[in-house]
Design a protein around this ligand. Structure first.
Ligand SMILES: C[S@@+](CC[C@H](N)C(=O)[O-])C[C@H]1O[C@@H](n2cnc3c(N)ncnc32)[C@H](O)[C@@H]1O
Length: 473
């Protein structure tokens, strides 16, 4: 237990918002304390741009150099108390002085690198709110910077948790090899609108005290960073906590929090306004991630099935291109179970054996051509472990006899929606008809049988992009 300005901090439990100057906080921490910080998300004062109440604060009335020295000292202490897996997200912005840009985010980054923080990424945060005016030599400013740093290269970064299933182009079912089955990682321009005062707390909620803070973080943005770079039970820290949106979001996502701010009013805002508001909001945030997880599972299943079933169609198209003497009369696509080692292979999402039924005599060159074809794009992009064999109609009939289930039939080149189910006997007679050229072949694609079934209706929940007609003047 540590006593900080008469506030007790338990270094096992955390969950504290302390009224404390972050440059002094570290004087209270004993030297032998093990690093305990897992994630830091913070927005320090932008030099002397704002005064956050009548209290001591970094930047205000300081020279730019003194300000940067304070920041450097603070982040040096934070570095020592951060675990090797820790990440730091620091939000800041440029400002203008004497008609010139002061590159504050870069100057902070340079100081942090000096300490040992590894600069990993720059994210543009579109805050959605702009100043209503522009001035000579400056557009209306709508974005700020988020610089990401890590202590080592062993940092936590769970990108799959924040991937999303955006609206897909209408034809995604026809090109499953072009879509990632895990959804899309966010790009480096983030759009999170800052909460307007009225939307997350009013003067009334806060009693007679003035409820005001110049720049609260959006809770949705905090949730994204917390999920991306921490685990449940981790310690999330903000040395310039303000309204404490980060801290309350961390608490609701089962992390521990620690926040510092020199202004005691903000601690009161945190307790009386931020905490209840975020606990109301968290259901909405959780619902968003649960929905995305559901969509990602659905997309993953769809992409997998679509790829397994498109593969033989695309292969037959390539093999029987004009000039080829090869004629494929039917195909069997048998989905196989992957071994645990195969599941570890990067980018491999499935395994299948394909039988191409042909009465053309297969020469060695054709086998070679096939092998070569499969090893290259686009076939190598399907992420499948494949075994492709040419078989004669007799072998196909024998093979079918060894199967005792019904099969799914994909007919007339449609491989993204099952045409119907057939018994093994029905499959044999369809193959026989196909050999006599009685039934098939639309666009040269013969009937394809598979143990895998796909029905497009099962994927209606995956959002589709509306067709937008663009006009060009
Ligand atoms: C840009 S605001 C942070 C806002 C915060 N991200 C939020 O969501 O509300 C900066 C905060 O740093 C606080 N501050 C300034 N100097 C400080 C210092 N030396 N130690 C701790 N807090 C400080 C200010 O009171 C202010 O609340």
């Amino acid at each position: 237990m540590i006593n900080i300005n008469n506030q007790l901090l338990n270094l096992r439990e955390f969950n504290k918002y302390l009224t404390c100057n972050s440059t002094e906080f570290f004087n209270y921490i004993p030297d032998n304390v093990e690093p305990f910080i897992d994630l830091i998300v913070t927005s320090p004062p932008y030099w002397d741009m704002k005064q956050y109440g009548e209290v001591e604060q970094t930047g205000f009335k300081q020279s730019y150099d003194d300000y940067l020295n304070d920041i450097e000292r603070t982040f040096e202490h934070i570095f020592k108390l951060s675990k090797d897996t820790a990440t730091l997200y620091i939000n800041s912005d440029t400002l203008k002085r004497n008609g010139k840009i002061v590159r504050l985010p870069d100057d902070i980054a340079t100081r942090l690198e000096k300490i040992g923080w590894i600069h990993k990424d720059v994210i543009i945060w579109n805050k959605g709110k702009t100043l209503p005016w522009s001035r000579k030599g400056q557009m209306r400013n709508t974005f700020e910077y988020i610089h990401m740093f890590t202590k080592t290269n062993k940092y936590k970064y769970y990108i799959e948790r924040i991937k999303t299933v955006d609206e897909l182009k209408e034809w995604w079912v026809d090109y499953p090899e072009r879509y990632s089955p895990q959804g899309k990682a966010p790009d480096n321009i983030w759009e999170f609108f800052i909460p307007t005062q009225g939307s997350w707390g009013t003067k009334k909620d806060f009693g007679d005290k003035k409820f005001k803070h110049a720049c609260p973080f959006p809770p949705e943005m905090m949730a994204r960073i917390i999920k991306l770079s921490s685990d449940e039970g981790d310690v999330v820290f903000d040395p310039y906590a303000g309204t404490g949106i980060l801290l309350a979001t961390a608490l609701n996502l089962n992390r521990k929090y620690l926040g510092l701010d020199t202004n005691p009013d903000y601690k009161q805002i945190f307790e009386q306004v931020t905490k209840p508001l975020i606990s109301d909001k968290i259901d909405e945030i959780n619902y968003y991630y649960q929905k995305q997880d559901k969509l990602k599972n659905l997309l993953q299943e769809a992409i997998y099935k679509l790829r397994v079933l498109k593969f033989p169609k695309a292969l037959i198209k390539s093999l029987t291109k004009e000039g080829s003497s090869l004629s494929i009369k039917a195909a069997l696509a048998i989905e196989e179970e992957m071994t645990s080692e195969e599941k570890e292979v990067k980018h491999k999402i499935g395994k299948a054996t394909y039988y191409l039924v042909t009465n053309t005599e297969i020469k060695e060159e054709m086998e070679y051509f096939l092998e070569n074809l499969i090893s290259k794009a686009p076939f190598s992009k399907y992420g499948l472990i494949t075994d492709v064999r040419f078989i004669s109609p007799e072998e196909a009939i024998n093979l079918l006899s060894s199967l005792n289930n019904t099969l799914n039939l994909y007919s007339k080149g449609t491989v993204n929606n099952v045409f119907g189910h057939v018994t093994v006997e029905e499959a044999k007679s369809i193959i026989e008809d196909s050999i006599l050229n009685l039934s098939h072949t639309d666009k040269n694609i013969p009937p394809i049988f598979s143990n895998l079934q796909i029905k497009l209706d099962d994927y209606n929940e995956i959002p589709k992009e509306k067709y937008v007609k663009r006009s060009y003047q």
